[in-house]
Design a protein around this ligand. Structure first.
Ligand code: KG4
Ligand code: ZN
Length: 316
């Protein structure tokens, strides 16, 4: 990354195929893949960027939240590079990285809000100033992406199911009217496990009756419920916390239903707020977003020493 804005290389070693036959990420398998891939990834990144270690100013690494085994491998590799080449080590929170994916196409101005939706998290974050994060709402059970992946499994869709359910949803209609959990409650939190159960019960009951349900309508009904709750809670958050910008980021931010509905409702209820959608190709996990967040962290003095450890439950 050059100056926090310019991506010189963005190498992603995907291991989705290895997890697909288990229907989700197996932590032990993930750690092993990290060990196998990390050195090649670092070398490829330097090659693609056409730089050597001598050109670097700092090394940044995600130290949480996430799977401890995978995080540890990243942290250890980053420490080794920083130590060997006498470079500062910048610790980055994965969720801050997701937010900064939006900065490649937009200038940030504050106060700002983020709707962070990924496979592990669903959070509303208020930022009064750069590098200041306050979680004002979050899921009490499943994350939005996790719910997509779990109902996808019931529908026989390969992990991760989000993208395909999104595509099917666009071909169907909300005929099942699944519950909208916590929609009317006076808080900014989310819950998706009830929706997931309602979905699974509907499918199982139909199977027992020997009835075939329309898969596109099922997907559309599920998505309508997720999008309704995400958008309505975000609008409620904006009523309470006036901001200049709203960032939509995380793997689920690639969802077309969510992107368009958020845009519409923002125009209707908070036209003064600019919507900053993370670019589609940077919604899912990637290193460029971590580099962008690290650039700001670096300016604010974030430095780790050799005692840096993985923090699986790290919060913003
Ligand atoms: O941020 P991410 O790449 O990894 C985590 O940090 O969790 O998010 C992955 C999640 C998966 O659950 C995946 O199913 C979901 O993002 N996802 C989507 C879409 N594309 C990816 N969910 C809904 N609609 C999509 N288009
Ligand atoms: Zn992520």
């Amino acid at each position: 990354m050059e100056n926090g804005h310019k991506i010189l290389s963005n190498i992603v070693a995907t291991q989705i195929a290895s997890h697909q036959r288990f229907g989700g990420v197996v932590p032990e398998v993930a750690s092993r893949h990290h060990i196998e891939q990390i050195t090649a990834c670092i070398n490829d990144a330097l090659l693609e960027a056409q730089v050597t270690y001598d050109d670097l100013t700092a090394v940044a690494v995600t130290y949480g939240p996430g799977l401890v085994g995978s995080l540890l491998i990243g942290v250890t590799a980053a420490k080794a590079v920083a130590w060997a080449h006498h470079l500062p080590l910048v610790p980055v929170n994965h969720m801050a990285g997701h937010l900064y994916a939006a900065r490649f196409e937009h200038e940030f101005s504050y106060p700002q809000m983020g709707l962070l939706v990924s496979g592990g998290h669903t959070e509303l974050v208020y930022m009064a100033a750069p590098h200041e994060y306050q979680i004002i709402g979050e899921t009490r059970d499943d994350a939005a992406g996790e719910a997509y992946d779990k109902i996808g499994r019931v529908m026989g869709i390969a992990y991760p199911a989000g993208k395909q359910v999104d595509e099917m949803a666009l071909q169907g209609t909300d005929t099942f009217h699944f519950p909208r959990a916590m929609e009317k409650e006076d808080n900014l939190d989310f819950s998706f496990s009830g929706l997931k159960s309602a979905f699974i019960n509907t499918v199982h009951n139909a199977q027992q009756r020997g009835e075939q349900l329309d898969a596109n309508d099922l997907a559309a009904s599920f998505q309508a419920s997720v999008v309704d709750v995400l958008v309505e809670k975000t609008i409620k958050a904006l009523d309470q916390y006036p901001v200049k910008q709203l960032i939509l980021a995380g793997g689920v931010a690639a969802n077309r239903g969510l992107r368009s509905r958020l845009e519409e409702d923002l125009e209707k209820f908070h036209p003064e707020v600019d919507l900053l959608k993370a670019p589609l190709k940077l919604c899912g996990d990637n290193a460029a977003m971590i580099g962008a967040a690290a650039h700001v962290g670096y300016q604010y003095g974030d430095r780790a020493d050799w005692s840096l450890n993985a923090q699986p439950g790290l919060s913003l």
